[in-house]
Design a binder for this molecule. Sequence first.
Ligand code: M6R
Length: 614
Amino acid sequence: MCGIVGYVGRQTALKVVIDGLRRLEYRGYDSAGVALVSDGELFTERRAGKLANLDAALADAEPPQSMTGIGHTRWATHGAPTDRNAHPHVGRQGRVALVHNGIIENFAALRTKLEAAGHELDSDTDTEVAARLLEAEVAAGADLTEAMQDVCRQLEGAFTLVAVSVDDPDRVVAARRNSPLVVGLGRGENFLASDVAAFIEHTRDALELGQDQVVTITPDKVAVSDFHGNPAEGKPFHVDWDIAAAEKSGYDYFMLKEIEEQPKAIADTLLGRLTETGRLQLDEMRLSDDELRAIDKIIIIACGTAFHAGLVAKYAIEHWTRIPCEVELSSEFRYRDPIIDRDTMVIAISQSGETMDTLMALRHARQQRAKVLAISNSNGSTIPRESDAVLYTHAGPEIAVASTKAFLTQIVACHLIALYLAQVRGTKYGDEITEIVGQLEQIPAAVTEVLAALEPVRELAREMGEARLVLFLGRHVGYPVALEGALKLKELAYIHAEGFAAGELKHGPIALIDQGTPVFVVVPPKGRGSLHDKMISSIQEVRARGARTIILAEQGDDKVLPYADQLIALPKVPTLMQPLVATVPLQAFSCEMAMVKGLDVDQPRNLAKSVTVE
Ligand code: M6R
């Protein structure tokens, strides 16, 4: 949450910073602001609302020419989303400016101290106290780096801080604890950002920072230390996608583009996983075969859409490996005192690799000596760095707040892990594993087929623009698809939607159904025998109460036809892979619904892409 940019070099800092903020706006869009250092003066401009409001203010403000600057796009925590609370915040003398992502937990005590010392704070934020403290340190003779180290030692909570000072015009100083920050390494220029997308058009060489580190960038140097000034090292990495991947490329919304990119995202995630001899290899799997053989329980932790991917994974993991698998919301995990030990594998799924709830759950698991395996789409992020092993999904940057391609690739990654465990533990023969990987390799073509047939789904959304309640039913791996369909509709179209396991319907939720209530039903493939028949019974039950049924079923499933007001035919794929095709029409439906209602598809209200507060 919140996007942060810092720049020092030879270009016009304002342009670099604003362009960077534009690529980070998905992280929060309650307000935006910049600070520039020029000729011994600090220039700041900040505005509530989206970046466009800041653009307009800057057009009237005549900002100075400067090659050192910082910027911020906010998801509000402390203080309403107003101009006054927008970042950057400045010190009392206006000589230091600071932007912040995270929550400073001891800000109230620090604020009281500052007020006792005569400070009158201008905002309701936790950030302003850090700006005041930082400037006071500089005024007392510290350089900006030393001042940052000193202030960080006083702060509790989670924070990324980035600051500039008129007394140090050629440097930008940043610090991180439990919040994201990466360094972009240029020639004669360097960058700081919450995410590489902010500087990808300038450099693909980056530096990952560790916990509790301070970094100082000048045009020609990057220096890392801990909070006590001891030198430290960052970890260099190269970003494997380019600027084109972070642009809309002619689509009206990133989400539309990302839905279309799903076949490629799946293919890229599968690429190079089979050796010439047909064995599955996971290069980033840093756990030994002995460790994997010793595992007696798997717990998947994740939030939101990633949690739904975990629910799908449970079926595959238990079926292929026979290891018991639980799936838990990260935010609940550590509060129930989970039973875990060194033979437990915890799989943390997170597209961003920065979700605070998942990070805290992961740390709890590692404290109990469990092995933690991360599935992430973000190189250089905290969750993979703090895990024992990682499997990267290769979905490319996902910029729309609503997750699409990340979801499908998370499922694929989970399937690969399940098959890898089955290979190591011998619960599947090698040729069986090769065959299943072959089936996964057919999925991009199946998703392409679904994408080509989406127009009727979009037409349906246009016709249902007035719906107040939409229900989604599924069974087996169709149940998480139902949950995901409902989540997409809630977050994009602000419509009350619920996903249910079809068998649960009669235990309460069926009372919601009224004349014309739209009910999407994900029907298990016919090969699932009694499950398929039971789903048909559920469909009849809701139709008997007036529901309008929109049925997602595999091609050739004639048995469902009499019960479908609308039929969305899905390509035939193995049952455990059905979510990879069944989710796509639901994504398109919600996206179209949001467009029909005139809503901002990529930036739904109240949300942010990367949730870095608990
Ligand atoms: O980055 P993560 O995968 O950890 O994010 C988890 C959730 O915040 C995320 O999936 C969220 O639910 C999406 N907005 C859903 O579309």
